[in-house]
Design a protein around this ligand. Structure first.
Ligand code: THU
Length: 133
């Protein structure tokens, strides 16, 4: 897997962010086992509870198109134009990832404009709830 490429794709996805309320723009690039990349951005709403994170946008787009062999997701976020900080996925997105991604092998790739950090889903969501255990 080309980690740098996936980060670049997340940067492209971020260009589509709709974030007029927070002005915090997030992009995600989700890699499927067949090589397809699914793109997501955050999409906000005047009714704040209706906002959707970039990660869930990408995952829901992919699942709705029949994909489900997810290997990695690159996530970039930051205020306005720049990516200057790491944007770890929120708790709801971690839970959604745990529904569709393998805890040990799925990689969550974060980039702050300089440095890259890679976590497994198990690192980010230990002891995940799973009703069919
Ligand atoms: N956001 C994401 O897109 N992903 C995350 O993991 C955390 C937060 C978005 C939601 C909202 O549009 C903005 O960032 C500020 O919270």
């Amino acid at each position: 897997m080309d980690i740098e490429l996936l980060i670049e794709e997340a940067m492209k996805a971020r260009e589509m962010a709709y974030a007029p309320y927070s002005e915090f723009r997030v992009g995600a690039a989700l890699l499927d086992g067949d090589g397809t990349i699914y793109y997501g951005c955050n999409i906000e709403n005047a009714s704040y509870g209706a906002c959707n994170c970039a990660e869930r946008t990408a995952i829901f787009k992919a699942v709705s198109e029949g994909a489900g062999d997810f290997r990695a997701i690159a996530i970039v976020g930051g205020k306005d134009k720049d990516v200057t900080e790491f944007c770890p996925p929120c708790g709801i997105c971690r839970q959604v990832m745990s529904e569709f991604c393998d805890a040990d092998s799925f990689q969550v790739i974060l980039y702050d404009g300089t440095e890259t950090r890679i976590y497994s889903l198990a690192d980010l969501l230990p002891h995940a709830f799973d009703s069919i255990l």
